[in-house]
Design a protein around this ligand. Structure first.
Ligand code: ASP
Length: 421
């Protein structure tokens, strides 16, 4: 059990809080070397996470476009699959943002992090900026930047725009045998491996972050209790909405589109959902999903072999929903006011980030940083999410995988109807 990353993260979190509490009661003044070491660990871990954002988004988006591009030649299949995936992801984010607009229990407590944090340096848009032309002008200037400076400056919009243009141009101009396709593919492999290493040391990072956090919060007892309540409320809301999307919204779409009852459908796909739950990885669940789609849902192998791998990389409803709620939650904690335009930015960024995230455990933590950067929440806010990230990842990955399977069913039945007509 100790080998399980989720268990390790829980233990590390508990240990961090416990040791910090003991440490504080023993030496109320603090020992500089202990604080320095913890700060070092925390900073090094956050820097490691940040190190990967730019290349990861850039290459995984190009990779995604290349794979979509190749398949667009298969016109119908490509079009309907991508259209379906984007629509369901959009529904998930809209559900999250609409609910969180009316229901945000954490605002009953103070904004724990707002003191003394200047968020303006990283912000893409000014809160409350209402001139749409001015916003478009800012966005265009950021988007159409030379790719190298976009990567160096962590200009997310620039990185995304360049990746899309380069990806589309590659598909149009290059021969299928071009080594450049292979290169992008290989670079993505390398990045995913590094990400895996970083995630292996998640427990160390969590320990340091929680230790530091407990020390900072314990300036007032009630304060830290309020914070834990806020975190719990956030986690409960994410789980509730993720389950509504996965157990009600998606099966209803499948029911309307194919006539398969939600109960029968969920019964048939239980196995991959459980594998996704325990591995927190859509990619690792792929072989089980393929078998289930073909044997249980009766999806033809030509459809499942395209729709499911594409879904495991680009279709992540649970991830998108989580990122949207997390952005609104952190914006509150950090005292960042969200204008309507910023909410639209959250919508778009959550969509792009969920498409860009590879299907592996905690993958959305890198994409999440892009959502935060876009609305000017400091990157260290990610630490708050990391505290409860593991249990939430299990459920959102199940919904991600369920979304892919339902997608394969809907696309398969649609194509059959087209053929029969
Ligand atoms: N673990 C998720 C998946 O594999 C990605 C994420 O949201 O972190 O689908």
């Amino acid at each position: 059990m100790l080998k399980n990353l989720t268990v390790q993260v829980f233990l590390a979190a508990a240990l961090g809080i416990l040791l910090a509490t003991i440490y504080q009661s023993i030496t109320p003044e603090g020992i500089p070397s202990v604080v320095e070491t913890i700060t070092f660990l925390k900073k090094a871990f956050l820097a490691l996470l940040k190190m990967l954002i730019a290349p990861m988004i850039f290459f995984s988006l190009i990779g995604g476009i290349i794979s979509i591009g190749n398949v667009i030649r298969l016109r119908q299949l490509g079009g309907i699959t991508i259209g379906y995936y984007l629509t369901t992801t959009g529904i998930a984010i809209a559900l999250a943002l609409i609910v969180v607009l009316f229901f945000h229990p954490w605002t009953a407590y103070e904004q724990v992090m707002s003191v003394g944090i200047d968020t303006s340096a990283t912000r893409m848009l000014e809160p409350g900026s209402d001139s749409i032309i001015r916003i478009l002008a800012t966005m265009a200037t950021l988007a159409f930047t030379n790719p190298f400076s976009a990567l160096v400056d962590l200009n997310i919009l620039g990185i995304v725009a360049n990746a899309i243009l380069i990806g589309v141009a590659m598909v149009l101009v290059l021969e299928e045998s071009s080594p450049l396709f292979r290169l992008v593919h290989d670079i993505n492999h390398v990045i995913v491996r590094i990400l895996r290493w970083v995630i292996r040391i998640l427990p160390v990072g969590i320990f340091a972050i929680l230790f530091d956090f407990t020390l900072r919060l314990s300036s007032g007892e009630g304060h830290s209790e309020a914070f834990l309540t806020q975190l719990f409320q956030f986690g409960a809301l994410v789980i509730g909405l993720t389950l509504i999307h996965g157990l009600i919204v998606l099966p209803t779409i499948a029911w309307l589109a194919t006539g398969m009852s939600p109960v029968v459908l969920l019964g048939k796909i239980t196995q991959p959902l459980l594998v996704a739950f325990s591995t927190s990885s859509s990619a690792a669940t792929l072989p089980v999903s393929m078998r289930t789609a073909e044997e249980e849902l009766g999806v033809s192998s030509s459809v499942s072999s395209f729709v499911l791998p594409l879904g495991a990389t680009m279709n992540m409803d649970g991830t998108a929903l989580f990122e949207a709620i997390a952005a609104v939650f952190l914006a509150y904690l950090y005292g960042v006011e969200l204008s309507n335009v910023m909410l639209i930015t959250v919508f778009l960024m959550a969509m792009v980030a969920s498409i860009g995230a590879p299907g592996m455990p905690s993958a959305s933590m890198s994409g999440m940083q892009m959502v935060l950067l876009a609305i000017g929440i400091p990157l260290e806010a990610i630490a708050i999410l990391l505290v409860i990230e593991r249990p939430l990842d299990t459920i959102r990955t199940s919904v991600n995988v369920g979304g892919d399977l339902i997608g394969s069913l809907v696309v398969d039945r649609y194509l059959r109807r087209q053929e029969a007509a």
